[in-house]
Every structure is written in C-alpha cells, then in structure tokens.
Design a binder for this molecule. Structure first.
Ligand SMILES: [Zn+2]
Length: 225
C-alpha cells in the first residue's frame, strides 16, 4: 500500500518557525519525512511570540526553502485564523490564498492542510475541498493506527507530548508487517524548546528508524492514494 509496505509513519508540524529547521535536520538524519504546515501571510521574523520562555519566530521564505527542503509543505491558513470565526468569503480568502501563495512561492502543487487551532466546521471542509486540498489534520488524538475515511478532518494518532507516545510506538513496531497501519504524529517544533525535550523526538526517531516494514513518507505520500 505504501511502496509495497503496509505500515507508514508520518509527521505534521505547524507554523514555520525557526525550530522547524532543527526538527527537519533530525528527521533527515533518521530518514523520516514530515509535512510542515505554513502561513504564507506571515513569512517574516516580525511575527513572533513566546512559548514557556522559548522564542517562536516565523522564518522568512528563503530560510524555509533551504531548511525544509525534501519535506512536504502544506496550508495552515494565510494568517493563522480560526476558520470557525470567519464568514464563507473570509474562509475562502484564508485557505485559497494560502494554497495559491505556497504553490507560487515554492513552485510545487500543494495537497494538504492542518487546521489552525485545530478549529473547523462543515463550511471549512467544503471550502477546502473546493480548491483541491485532499486532506486536513485536526488536533484530536485517536491513539490508533486505523485508516480513516474522512481525510478533510483527519485525526492524528497523537501529539509528540502524549504520554502514550512510546507505548504506541512499541505497539506499532510489534504489529505484523501485513497489517495496514498509519502512525501519525503532530506538534509544534517550538514546544521542544519550551518544554526542553528535544531528546523526546530524537529518541522516538531513533526507535522508529531503519525498519524494513515501515514506509517513511510525507502526509500526502501516506494519506492520498
Ligand atoms: Zn498553528
């Protein structure tokens, strides 16, 4: 199913901040693929905030291009707005504009999305489908590896800080190679700085890497057939 394999591991990280570069370097070292969800209206270090003492600063376009090369980029809303608070026209501007910007600036087709704040409604899903986006991630953990039919509200297996992360990892590794299964981890790279736990993602990648029966792919490679 995934390059002849039945088990797949994929990652989804939001906001396009400087810590994404460090995270991408870790993924590269372990042969992992990630989808980075970007806000094309905020590609400037002027857009910054703080998380538990860590600076969260949006990368300018050139730095995103150089550091996230080899991974997938996807829509996260042009200005990181809560879609459920917007009118239909505002939703279209926030989503369609972000997809157009990303495709123009990066020169690649964009197939995916992650909901800012995890917020969505039926109207958001319709707006997303209308512009050809194939999947969009929520923030609701399933603690499961099952296939899902509604890709426009795709629920991740868990966040990287989930207390069950390593328990799930062992369970995933012990699944028979013929079992169709997707392990989908999401988060924000700046959380590793604020929570002082970069070792957590490093340990996770180390544990999961180099397995014959696992396909390491971007969200689109794993979810969109
Ligand atoms: Zn976000």
């Amino acid at each position: 199913m995934f390059n002849g394999k039945n088990k797949a591991l994929t990652f989804s990280y939001d906001d396009g901040v400087y810590q994404d570069a460090r995270l991408a370097e870790i993924f590269n070292r372990y042969g992992m693929k990630c989808t980075f969800n970007l806000n094309s209206g905020l590609f400037s270090p002027e857009n910054r905030w703080e998380y538990r003492g860590a600076d969260c600063v949006h990368m300018p376009l050139e730095d995103i291009k150089s550091s996230l090369c080899g991974h997938e980029i996807a829509v996260h809303g042009a200005f990181h707005l809560d879609l459920t608070a917007l009118t239909l026209e505002e939703k279209k501007a926030e989503i369609h504009k972000d997809k157009e910007n990303l495709e123009r600036l990066f020169g690649v087709p964009v197939h995916g999305m992650a909901y800012a704040y995890g917020a969505y409604d039926d109207e958001s899903k319709a707006v997303i489908a209308e512009c050809g986006i194939k999947y969009s991630r929520t923030v609701r953990p399933t603690h499961s590896f099952d296939m899902q039919s509604d890709l426009l509200a795709f629920h991740p297996t868990c966040h990287h800080n989930d207390e069950k992360l390593f328990e799930l990892a062992e369970k995933f590794l012990s699944l028979p190679a013929q079992t169709p299964a997707i392990f989908y981890v999401w988060g924000h790279s700046y959380e590793f700085d604020g929570d002082k736990n970069w070792d957590r993602i490093e340990d996770f990648c180390k544990l999961m890497s180099g397995r014959e029966d696992i396909f390491y792919g971007t969200n689109t490679e794993v979810l969109v057939k």
